[in-house]
Design a binder for this molecule. Sequence first.
Ligand code: ZN
Length: 112
Amino acid sequence: MAEALQIEKAKQLLKQYYTGQRMESPNGGFLILLGVRPQESGPAVGVFECSVSSLRYEIVIPKATRTERKKVRDVLQQGGDPGCPRHGPDSRLVRAGKNLVCSSCGVAYARV
Ligand SMILES: [Zn+2]
């Protein structure tokens, strides 16, 4: 497998990713999600392929902020079923080891 390139200024791309929009590739075309790798410490790495160049890119998906964690914890405490703070209520958090993780962004939002 070819080595993936890092995208540093990914903020705009991540915004598109969270809202389910097409992510523009640095080479033209758009980025296709290949997979998300959750990281032990909370963030995740999204692996994408450019639709035009077939180059692979990795984007670090930042770990949950304090506000996001609180939001999820509040829902849990009320006995609710929390959704992903970034992807919205339709993306349910799933248990992965000791963490509650969004299956779309791979970020851990709570401990269980
Ligand atoms: Zn998510």
